[in-house]
Design a protein around this ligand. Structure first.
Ligand code: RTP
Ligand code: MG
Length: 144
């Protein structure tokens, strides 16, 4: 299949809950089955410093500290994915932030739940706009 030039890119993270539960393959499968292309992929434990930058928009919010702790609690899988309209497209695949509210058929709706913890563990992150995608890709994959 061909595609228009200069397709969009998005940064996706399989969060520590997704990796620990063995859902990385299922999540990547859904991305590829949708027709998006993987252009970078890495398993790593993110530093606090990286996560504070990544989630800078949430600094000062009550869930910021638990979020950084959760996100640094184990390995994440970071990926850059590509395709026309991939940023909103992956957000649709992921579903609503709250896994209880996320629609069935979505990653969070099918595979996530509320565990009653201090911060929502919702399996995946996806960039929410072209500007944040560019910022996040430069942060996680400098030189890409
Ligand atoms: P993300 O940035 O991780 O892709 O998720 P999102 O856009 O759907 O949600 P966002 O508002 O950016 O929040 C970032 C992450 O913080 C955690 N969170 N927990 N009240 C809560 O318990 C709460 N609020 C936010 C979630 O892990 C959320 O994905
Ligand atoms: Mg967000």
């Amino acid at each position: 299949m061909t595609e228009a030039p200069a397709p969009q890119r998005s940064l996706v993270l399989v969060k520590p809950d997704g990796v620990a539960r063995g859902l990385t393959g299922e999540i990547l499968r859904r991305i590829e089955a949708k027709g998006y292309r993987l252009v970078a992929l890495e398993l790593r434990v993110a530093t606090r410093e990286l996560l504070e930058e990544h989630y800078a928009e949430h600094a000062g919010k009550p869930f910021f500290e638990p979020l950084v702790e959760f996100m640094s609690s184990g390995p994440v899988v970071a990926a850059v994915i590509e395709g026309h309209q991939v940023i909103p497209g992956f957000r649709s695949l992921a579903g609503a932030t709250d896994p209880t509210a996320a629609a069935p058929g979505t990653i969070r709706g099918d595979l996530g739940r509320d565990w009653g913890l201090r911060v929502a563990q919702n399996l995946v992150h996806g960039s929410d706009a072209p500007e944040s995608a560019a910022r996040e890709i430069a942060l996680w994959f400098p030189g890409l």
